[in-house]
Structure formats: C-alpha cells, structure tokens
Design a protein around this ligand. Structure first.
Ligand SMILES: Cc1ncc(COP(=O)(O)O)c(C=O)c1O
Length: 453
C-alpha cells in the first residue's frame, strides 16, 4: 500500500488550490495519495521512496524516460553557459535544422514554450494568411487551454453541448463571442465533415486536427480525405502533433500516415520532459513570422522564453537519440504488446472491450461496439475505466486516466509489471462487486451521453 506524505499534502492543501496543479475536465483530482520525488527511466519514486511504474510520463512527454543521461548531461552543460538570452541561441538554431530535416512539412520552425502556445500561433497564422476567421476543430479534440480552442474537448461536459457544427466552451470565463469563430465536426466522419466545410468554406481559415485524437485511432482514409478537402478548397490544414510528434515516428503522424499538412504544432515528446512547443510549416505560411515581412504580411509573436537554450538543448538531444531507428521499433512493439496483453486480461474477466490508439499511444474502451469518435467513447463503460485508473496506484502504477504510453525504457519487465497491476486491479474491483455495478451505472450515463443528438 502506498504511504501518504501527510505533512506535504497538508501544506499543499493550505497553499495550492485543491493541492493540484490542474483543474481540467469532469474527473477532477482528489487530494494526492502520493507525491513524486524523482524518476529514472520507466520508474518514479515517491517522497516515501516507493517505486512506481510510470505509464503517463508527464502527459506523454518523456519519450526517453525520466532523467535520460544524454539529455540531463547536455542540459547541465547548457546551464553552465546560461539559461536564457534575448537573442536566438545556438541550440535553438541547431534544433530548428534537425526538426526541418525530420518533419515533412517543416521548412521553417518557431520555438515556443508549450503546445498551447503553439496552437495559439497556428490559428493566428492561418487567419492572417487567409484573411478568414473560422477554425474547424473536431469534437473531443484538445489543443491546449487557450480561450480560442477550448470548445467541445474531451474535458467538456457533453450534456451541455449543442449539436455540431455549433461549439460549446469547456470553461466558464471564455468570452461567449468566441463561439462565432469555431466550427465543430465529428472525427472519422468524412462526409459530415465535408458538408460542414462546404457549407462554410467562404469563412474557414483553417482545419486543426489531432492525427490520433487523444487515444483514438484515425482511419487513414479520413486523414487523406481531410487533406484532399483542404487542397480542393484552399483551406490550410494544421496537424496538432503535440502528442504524435516524435512519438509515432521521427516524422510524426505525417510520416506515419503519409499525409503532409501545411502547418504542424509540436510539444511534449519533442522536449523529452523540458517545456517546449513549436510551430512548423512551409516557407510561404511561416513567412508571416518573419520580422522582415511587411506589416500587412506579419503576425505578432514574442515570448520571453521562446527559443530557450535549455529546452532547445534537451529537444536536440532527444531527436538525436530518437534517430536510432531501434527506438521506434521498441516503442511501437511495446504498444502492440500492451494492446494484446490488455485485451487478453479483459477477455479473462469477460469484459467487452475495444482496443485502439497507434504505436506507443495505447487506449481502450469497455464496450462491444466500435469506437471511432468522441460520442462513441461516451457510450462505453467509463465508470469501469475510472475505477481501474483509481486502483492502479495501489498496484504501484502511475497510470493517469487510462491512456497509457511508454518510453524507450519500457521493455518486457515493465510490460509484465503493468499487466499484472491491471489484472490485480480488476480482481480487486470484481471482489468488491463494483465491476458488475459499473455496467448498471453505465446505463444511466449512456442515457445522458445520447442526449447530445
Ligand atoms: C494534442 C494536444 N495539443 C495541445 C496540447 C497542449 O499542450 P501543453 O499542455 O504543452 O500546453 C495538448 C496537451 O495535452 C495535447 O494533447
């Protein structure tokens, strides 16, 4: 059983709202059961020195695991030289070169601090480029916490949602007027998406899509279809590669699916655990970020820590390490083995399930049906999924909300640790009688999920 660091939790409760650093979605965190103190490879250690397997990896950022020696040493070296400068730095330039060589759409790169910042810039760029206003996003997709795209994400309360293409903000505090700037379309549904685009094409500035939406697998034909519409209608296509970038392959989802967008945004795995974001794209569009462009062909963009040498150094080392193709074989094999191992365990417990995700992004839903968009996920047994997530720390696993990912340090031993922990968790849930109950409760939530239309 995990030991609770009582005095730290008490202090956190006093000084930090809810003792948490996030307030996102419906399944809000309770008071912490443990506080993490250090990490190494695939494992983290609590302040009470208990060892846990990490399959969340800082929201899927730590593709090289915790404290990778090549990254940590390079960062320590850079710290000795300085941590921030007002001018562009050598590591940022080297990083931009290697990104351009590895990402198909990346002729030019602007480095920022997070995925959210990158998505803010991406939408500003396409609006400036096209002179139009509407951004089309997909229902259930998350592109960061900024006002302009926090509509109908997986964190939202779908009971309040209007039907697409009409958007609903996911937080109070978002100006109501921003509703006029967003359209919502169903993921993996090309014909509905196409008709929404065609009905609004005169005003659409850009389409933003997660090539793997949260953990949901994308039909290749859907992604290709969206690309064709974007070409035919002359609407810039933005890939949000904040999760998929450097995770699915060195060239991200673009390389994985063989579809090149006009713009792609990056974060997470790029920085190997250091704060970074990037916006990449073809020369013509990215010229809007060129300070030498004329006033009418230039957008505003500056940040005190943009092109930061510490994060750039970490990212540079990360990509160099990932250039060894064996790493992707390992990452993708772990994902495939995890999907099949989980499926076997769920079958042993006679739980209907649908496995999805791509490469080392592993997702599953408890249902007998196919899950291909956000509404489908709401019709699955989410109660059981959250019971399982809550049980994982007791089995020494940091498993977050139930989408698992891995690093280059996740191998056979880690797979067994995780599968054993899942199996034990289900055993405990079944013994408590909650497994059967979760399917009954699910009937009620299903009724509200279908209210969206
Ligand atoms: C697909 C996607 N885009 C953007 C973001 C925002 O990135 P950040 O948390 O670095 O601001 C996230 C974060 O979860 C994400 O998953």
């Amino acid at each position: 059983m995990i030991k609770k660091p009582l005095s730290l939790v008490k202090k956190a409760t006093k000084y930090v709202p809810g003792a948490s650093y996030y307030t996102a979605g419906q399944n809000l965190p309770t008071l912490p059961e443990f506080i993490l103190h250090r990490g190494n490879g695939a494992y983290v250690y609590t302040t009470e020195n208990e060892k846990m397997l990490d399959v969340t990896l800082a929201h899927s950022s730590l593709i090289l695991g915790h404290n990778h020696p090549a990254v940590s040493n390079a960062v320590k070296n850079q710290i000795d030289k300085g941590s921030a400068f007002t001018n562009i730095t050598e590591p940022a330039i080297e990083l931009s070169e290697i990104m351009s060589k590895t990402i198909p759409c990346a002729e030019k790169i602007r480095l920022v601090n997070s995925g959210t910042e990158a998505s803010i810039l991406a939408t500003r760029i396409v609006r400036a480029y096209t002179g139009k206003n509407l951004i089309l996003k997909f229902e259930g997709a998350y592109h960061g916490f900024a006002d302009n795209l926090l509509f109908n994400t997986n964190y939202g309360n779908s009971n309040n949602w209007d039907n697409y293409p009409s958007p609903t903000p996911d937080s109070i505090g978002i100006p109501k007027s921003l509703k006029n700037d967003i359209l919502i379309a169903p993921y993996n549904d090309l014909s509905k998406t196409k008709s929404i685009i065609l009905n609004n094409k005169a005003n659409i500035a850009g389409i933003i899509i997660e090539p793997v939406m949260r953990g949901l697998e994308t039909n290749k034909s859907f992604i290709e279809g969206i690309k064709n519409i974007s070409i035919n209608e002359n609407i810039p296509l933005i890939f949000d590669e904040v999760i998929t970038g450097y995770r699915l392959s060195l060239g991200g989802a673009q390389e994985f699916f063989g579809v090149t967008p006009d713009i792609a945004i990056y974060g997470k795995a790029l920085g190997a655990g250091y704060p970074i974001g990037a916006i990449t794209g073809n020369k013509k569009i990215m010229n809007l970020l060129n300070p030498q462009s004329s006033d009418e062909n230039r957008i505003f963009s500056i940040g005190s820590f943009h092109s930061n040498p510490i994060s750039s150094t970490a990212a540079l080392m990360c990509i160099k390490e990932l250039q060894n193709p064996e790493n992707y074989i390992k990452l993708n094999e772990f994902g495939d083995n995890l999907r099949s191992g989980l499926s076997q365990i769920f079958s042993e417990y006679k739980i209907p399930h649908f496995m999805t995700g791509a490469g080392s992004i592993v997702e599953f839903f408890f249902t007998s049906n196919t899950v291909s968009n956000y509404r489908d996920t709401l019709k699955t047994n989410l109660n059981l999924k959250s019971l399982l997530s809550n049980q994982l720390p007791k089995n020494f696993i940091v498993g977050g909300g139930g989408r698992y990912t891995s690093s280059i340090f996740h191998e056979e031993k880690e797979l067994s640790w995780l599968l054993e922990g899942i199996s034990n968790s289900l055993k405990e849930i079944k013994a408590s009688g909650e497994l059967e109950k979760s399917f009954e409760k699910n009937q009620n939530s299903l009724a509200s999920a279908t209210k969206m239309g």
